[in-house]
Design a binder for this molecule. Structure first.
Ligand SMILES: NC(=O)c1ccc[n+]([C@@H]2O[C@H](COP(=O)([O-])OP(=O)(O)OC[C@H]3O[C@@H](n4cnc5c(N)ncnc54)[C@H](O)[C@@H]3O)[C@@H](O)[C@H]2O)c1
Ligand SMILES: [Zn+2]
Length: 359
């Protein structure tokens, strides 16, 4: 049994399927789509030996003829150079407007393949087959696609929606524990910004999620996608509401930058960032200390870090400024006002330093 969610975006609406063993049924799930039988699967060299053969088999059983592009794992592959190699491959094969591109992998492969799908022939159908928890609950929904530029991450990109997302929960079995926890940070974020009941559910089920109990994972993935999809549907191009998804990310991004992306997985930096933002809300008297305690406890149980490491405050503030969220010494930050609700507020960089020193 698989769960299904419809993302409502007018004529760009699409379905998300979530459950165990769905990659085997891919051919069937693709049937209702108006796409050509020739398709291109983009994956990485870690994911390919694990899941590519079952994808190819189910595509072929559905009458598709797949081409495959394997890229090295990690951020390096999210580049214009690799995108260009994929254009070459597709165009050489005589690509047409209805020939889809499928992303089999984590957020890296999803962003790269999505960028190619958005730009190849001015846009071909795009299908996400996310295999990390982060990709299943975050990057595969929302329509942001991108490659990196030497000047920074995700600087070249577009908004481009997939026409189908298939989240096969069995792929998470091979995911390193640290990656699973990192994805859970974004899940906990959804509870904090949007849904107190979901937060409480996570408090009751976090160990079961780590043990990969199917019904818990399914609930977590579908509810996370639903929350993100609702926020995005109201604000597809990131004007205001969508910015609440950045809860924990202002400090998180700065922390990733000062540690040169070598120390923390993204979700780990976000966990520390959520703690900092919640501490600032407490400093301002917006929330009670109980919320900070509950957040800290839940993050710890999800094996996520909660403490700010020793960092040079000067470089940290510089990284905040570079993140373009600072104006006149004020940072725009997402702060909790109660469990399940956040607001965007301007805070003084001095408040950030104070929270840093208190953590
Ligand atoms: N588009 C968006 O809205 C959005 C949102 C969040 C993050 N992102 C992007 O997502 C990327 C990070 O994604 P990620 O955390 O999924 O990282 P990732 O794609 O780099 O995957 C992490 C590692 O796990 C491996 N892996 C993937 N699936 C596996 C599996 N099932 N079993 C074993 N190993 C597996 C990968 O090969 C990789 O080495 C970043 O580039 C980030 O910018 C995009
Ligand atoms: Zn994030």
């Amino acid at each position: 049994m698989a769960g299904k969610l419809r993302v409502d975006l007018g004529e760009r609406s699409y379905n998300i399927y979530c459950g165990k063993g769905l990659l085997e049924e891919l051919g069937l799930l693709l049937e209702p789509l108006d796409i050509a039988k020739r398709c291109l699967v983009v994956t990485d060299e870690t994911v390919a030996p694990l899941y590519l053969s079952r994808v190819i088999q189910s595509l072929e059983a559905g009458g598709f003829t797949p081409l495959v592009k394997q890229v090295p794992p990690g951020e390096e592959a999210k580049s214009l150079k690799v995108a260009s190699e994929i254009y070459d491959m597709a165009l050489e094969a005589g690509w047409e407007r209805r020939c889809p591109v499928l992303a089999l992998g984590g957020g890296t492969v999803g962003d790269l393949a999505g960028f190619v799908a958005a730009t190849l022939l001015r846009g071909v159908p795009f299908i996400q087959l996310p295999t990390t928890l982060l990709a299943q609950v975050d990057s595969s929904v929302g329509g942001k696609v991108a490659v990196n530029h030497p000047r920074g991450k995700n600087l070249i990109g577009a908004f481009y929606q997939p026409c189908l997302v298939v989240a096969d929960l069995s792929t998470l079995r091979t995911l390193p524990a640290r990656e699973l926890s990192s994805g859970l940070a974004e899940v906990i974020k959804y509870g904090m910004i949007y849904d107190a009941v979901f937060f409480t559910y996570l408090e009751e089920h976090v160990e079961k999620a780590l043990e990969q109990k199917e019904e818990v994972l399914e609930k977590i993935v579908l509810r996370s996608c639903e929350i993100k999809a609702q926020i995005v549907a109201k604000d597809e191009r990131e004007k205001d509401l969508r910015a609440i998804l950045n809860f924990g990310h202002t400090v998180g991004h700065a922390l990733e930058a000062v540690t040169k992306f070598q120390v923390y997985r993204h979700g780990e930096a976000v966990a520390i960032g959520m703690m900092m933002a919640t501490r600032m809300a407490l400093q301002r008297g917006l929330i009670s200390s109980e919320i900070l305690k509950r957040l800290e406890k839940l993050l710890r149980r999800a094996s996520l870090p909660v403490e700010m490491p020793e960092v040079d405050i000067g470089s940290f503030l510089e990284a905040l400024i570079r993140d373009k969220k600072v104006r006149d010494g004020k940072v725009r930050m997402v702060l909790p006002v109660k469990l399940g609700r956040v607001e965007i507020m301007e805070v003084d960089t001095r408040e950030v330093i104070e929270a840093l020193q208190r953590s």
